[in-house]
Structures are given as structure tokens and as C-alpha cells.
Design a protein around this ligand. Sequence first.
Ligand SMILES: [Zn+2]
Length: 590
Amino acid sequence: MSSRVTDDAERVPANGLPLLPDSPTAFMDATWDDVAPYYEALAAAEITPGREREWLTVWSELDAMLGEAGSLAMIAYTANTGDEAAEAAHLRFAMEIYPKVDEQQVRLARKLLALGYTEPGLETTLKKFRTDDAIFREENVPRFAKLEELEAGYDKVVGSLSVEWDGERKTIPQLQPFMQSRDREERERAFRLSAQAYLDKRDELEDIFDRQYALRQEVAQAAGFPDYMRFAFAAKYRFDYSPEDCRHFHDAVEKAVVPVAARQHEYRRQRLGVTTLRPWDLAVNPDTDARLRPFEDTPGFLAPAERIFNRVDSELGGQFRTLEAERLLDLESRPGKAPGGYCTTLQWRGRPFIYMNAVGVHDDVSTLVHEAGHAFHAFLAHPHPYVWQRSSGHEAAELASMSMELLAGRYLARPEGYYSAIDAANAQVEHLEDVLYALPHIACVDAFQHWIYTSGKGGDRDARDAAWLEIRRRFEPSVDWTGLELERVARWLRQSHIFTSPFYYIEYGLAQLGALQVWRDSLRDHPAAVARYKQALALGGTVPLPEMYRTAGVKLVFDAPTMAELVALVEERIETLRSMLRSGEVAAVA
Ligand SMILES: [Zn+2]
């Protein structure tokens, strides 16, 4: 198979452009040596005026084919982690092919920029290419490879954590149900065990981070930035907001959201009948003993989902049916499947794929709805001619998914959805309460990373842990952590983004606040809000972020007054639902 790929690349047609294989399957077993000739041919091709589009189309198709081959390899591996050939193929793409493709991208981008070519809808792509070109340094390539290894090292340490629970080995995620237990002692035991598992590996994890910190600062310096934070803002194409804006975001959360979260904590403390709210009291539902059981099997999972999306919008409902008909869903938990959930895009055929580990709990519904939001984004943006125009940054991507969680939230009750009116109301309260707790956590994780890379002390582990504790107290003042300083330190060791996707976190906050605006608008005029949402998603990556948000009818929020308005709406909704539940007036909720 791989030799055929090379033969194709050597069959260069008269126009000097490489002849691509018929489908991404040709690349499934490819090594870099099989792929390189295509890029060589693109780099060598002479592009006379008027032929830029032809050249860009072949380059885009090649990227889409390799992207799809890599996605298929990841899907095959995560669906069966015991399959060694699948694992090797996945690793070949992740560790060998993609880093090399990234280098070739910069090379071809330079060629394109030198032509001075542009066309409508390509401006944002060109801006990203100019940034890639400006920050690329040959000497950083081995540093990125080393960082890649350290990130894999973190995943390995964390993936191997397990604890003894009633005579059985359990992973940390397997303790989660006990954190929701009505039995406070059980919750405390689960909390302490999972924190201790991280603390047992504290030195190892802090060692990994020390090396990541040093390498990241070196990367930034080599690329001409004062610190890794400034480098990350450029590398993540944050053209439309600055570190200063993020600091305003932190202040605004402290002012507008922390007091509202504290009121929820107080409500929770009273309902649970405890003297102070401890960290193991945060995941249990304070309103009900009932465990939500949304479905028994995969058909029971799919049918309500299809009805819900149909109610949100018939075109989106149709897209969900396409996922089912074309077998682009792998939903149920099975032995050998990798944990977690994701939505990936098969770029060449223009289809998303949703993967998750459903076991019949409410989280599965939330995950499916969230990932479906990403899938609808992929469907709607696919018509753009070039692959780079179809994908957007995380701020836009998470707006798609988080808005869908809120838009679908009102249809969770039967006849469309999974639940009785009472269960649906409880599920909605839980979701909205989570939104209030998530914003301070997001601000905290972001503020901590600002401190790490700009204070000059981020490489000192004692200073680092102390800074985390101080920032944590700022954003979570209403939880009693007395005597649990170490366990509180363990909380940042558990936050994988800080290790493996630095600075990827504020996006969730911006998107959540955008999603709350989509939801607010949908409560007034559902069809109009959904129409704007779809228009925004269809833009893909062709417009700057503020314009994407504007199209959805929302804005990027960094200020306290707007945040206060949005969280007031959430708090009000929670109170309405709770009082309806108490008074038995639940029929109106559905
Ligand atoms: Zn997401």
C-alpha cells in the first residue's frame, strides 16, 4: 500500500502538481517517506498567476486526506486500545507524520505569502499563516518533540493512577460516582483517596512540569517573545483579545460570579445540613436522592437524542440522523475502549465522528449533546473550499457545543427527551449550577497560568504551589479547605490542561458566556436564536472571532456588568426551577 502512494506522487502530471490518491485509505499505512514527496512536489510547483487556486486546492485536499487518515487511526485505536497495529498507526500519525506536516505547512505558507495572493474568505487563513511563519524557528522543532514526550509522560502517570476501594482497584474516574453519594463519609473517603493518588506522584508530576516550564520559556525566547504566555497568545491565534483582557475577565469573575457561586454553596450547605461546606460536598445533588437513569441501551439513547435535536432545529436533526445512518457514532462503553469522549472531523469526506463511553447516566446525555454541537459545526462549515477555512479556534468551537447543551436542555423531558418533568428539571438545575461553579474555576486556572509564565517564579515548585493556593482562595472562598492544603495543591496537578495544553482554558469561559447569551435569546425567540447560531457556525474559520460571535447575536464578555447580568439569569432560572419542583408545579417546566 505504501509503495503505491509513492508511485502516485512520482506521477506528476503536466501542471506540475502532485496527483493525489483516490481516498485517505491510501495513507492509512503511510510513513513520512511516503507522504513527503507530495509536499516536495507542492513546494517545487511553479505557480503562475491565475493558477494559485489550483495549487491551493491540491494542498488543501492533501491536508484533508492526511487529517482524515489520522482521525481514522485515532478512532480505530481508541475503540480498541488492545489492538497493537492500531496503536502503532495512531502513534505514527501523532508523533511522526503530523509534526512533519506542521513544518511543511509553514514552508508552503511562506510560498503562498510570497505570491501576495488572496481571495474572499481567505483573509483569516492568511493571517494565521503569517503568524505561523513569524513564530517558526527551526531550533524549536526538537523542543516541541521533547514537550510532546513530556505531555505523553504526564498522561501516562495520571492514566496509571488507581486506588483501593472496598477491596477493589479503581481508577480515579471510577471514584466519581462515590463523590456524588448521599453518604457524606463515603464522599469524603473518595475525595481523600483521589487527592492522595495525585499526591503520591507529586514529585514526579512537579518534575515533569519543571521541565515543561523551562522548555516552554526557551521556545518563547527563541521565537522573540518575553515569555511563554505571549508566545501562546500568538500560537493560538488570539488576535482579538489580550492577556490584559483575560486579567479583566478574572477580576470580573471575582466580582460578578464568585458571590453568586457562594450563594449556591450556602444553599447547598443548608440543604445538606452541614456546618461548613467541604470539598467533598460539591458534586452531590442537594435537591434530590433520585439518580437519573436516562436510558437502558443504545437505541434508547439515540431515539430521544434524535427527537431533541429535531425539536431544536430540523436541519440539525437531519444531520444527527446522517451520523446514525453512516455509522459515525461509537457511543457505548465496551471493554478495551479508551476513556473519555470526543468529536473528530473526517475532513476529506466532510463528516464528523462522535466517540464516547456511555453507561446510562445523565453525564452521557450531556456529553452527547455537547459533542453533537461540535458535529453540527463540522457539517455546517464543510462547504468552504479549503480545509483551513472550515475549522475555527476553540472559542468558536466551544460556543457551538456549549450553546447546544443549553438549547437542548429545555427538551430533556418526554415526549421528546429522556425524563419525567421532575427529573428534567433536576437535570437542568444541575447543569446551570455547574455553569456557576465552572466560571470561577476557569478564571482560576487561567490566572494561575498567567502567574506561572510571567512572575519569574513559575519554575520554583514551592512558589508555584503557594501561588495556586492564593489564587484558589480568591476564586473559591466559600468552600472550607481547612486542613486540606495539600489536597488543594493536588487540584492543579489534576488539571491536565496546565500540563498538556497550556493556556487552553479561558476559551471555555468565553464560550460559556457566549452560550448563555444564545440561550437567553432562545428563551425570547427560539427559531431566531437558532438561525443566528447556525449562521455563525457556517462561517467556520473565515471571519475574526468577534464577527463569528456577532453573527450568533452575542459578544465576547470580559466585563463584570455583562457577566453579572448573565449569571443573574442563571441564578433566577435555578430558583424558578427549584420552586416549581418544591410546589409540585413541574408540568409547566416541561
Ligand atoms: Zn467541546
